[in-house]
Each structure stands twice: as C-alpha cells, then as structure tokens.
Design a protein around this ligand. Structure first.
Ligand code: SF4
Length: 95
C-alpha cells in the first residue's frame, strides 16, 4: 500500500511549527493513493479525528487551494471540498 505524504509533512520545514495532528499517527486513514476514495469506515474515522485537529481549517484551505483530488483533508472529502470551493466563489461574486 502506498501512502501519499500528508501536507503537514511537506510544509513542516520548522520542526515543532505545526502541532501534532491526529493524522500523523494514522495516515493510511486519510490518504491512500492505492484507493483514492477512502473506505467508508476509514473516512468516518478520519473525519472524526479531523474534528479534534487544531489546524483543521488551514488543512481544508490547503487542499481546496491546491485542488487535491483524493483523501480527507480538514475533515472534508473531495466532494465536500468541491462544494466549499463553489461556496467561496459564490460568496466572492456576491461581494
Ligand atoms: S485536519 Fe485532519 S487531515 Fe488535516 S492535519 Fe488535521 S487531522 Fe490531519
């Protein structure tokens, strides 16, 4: 099984800058490039862990801004991130 590194690993240039996050201990629940779409039980567990994460909003924003097309980020699936991105555009147009 191949696991795509989580975004925190890519951004963590200063050790200790980011807090410990639940996904670091169980990355296979969040992104598994061999499956793309997480199993429902893994997805539900990942979402529950994200709900406890102090960087949830930044994580979701990162995935939306970079159009990441798999895995759970910020407690959101790809479809949920697409919906969030659509809502952003709609809100920006309304301003
Ligand atoms: S929100 Fe979820 S995927 Fe993102 S860093 Fe936190 S635990 Fe990991």
């Amino acid at each position: 099984m191949s696991i795509t590194p989580h975004f925190l690993d890519a951004l963590d240039t200063a050790p200790g800058h980011w807090p410990e996050t639940p996904c670091k201990s169980r990355p296979e629940l969040f992104v598994d490039s061999s499956r793309v779409i997480p199993l429902k039980e893994d997805r539900d567990t990942a979402k529950a862990l994200c709900a406890l994460c102090p960087v949830r909003r930044a994580c979701a924003d990162y995935a939306i801004d970079n159009d990441i097309r798999d895995g759970i980020y910020g407690g959101l699936t790809v479809d949920e991130r697409n919906q969030r991105a659509h809502e952003r555009v709609t809100a920006a147009c309304a301003e």
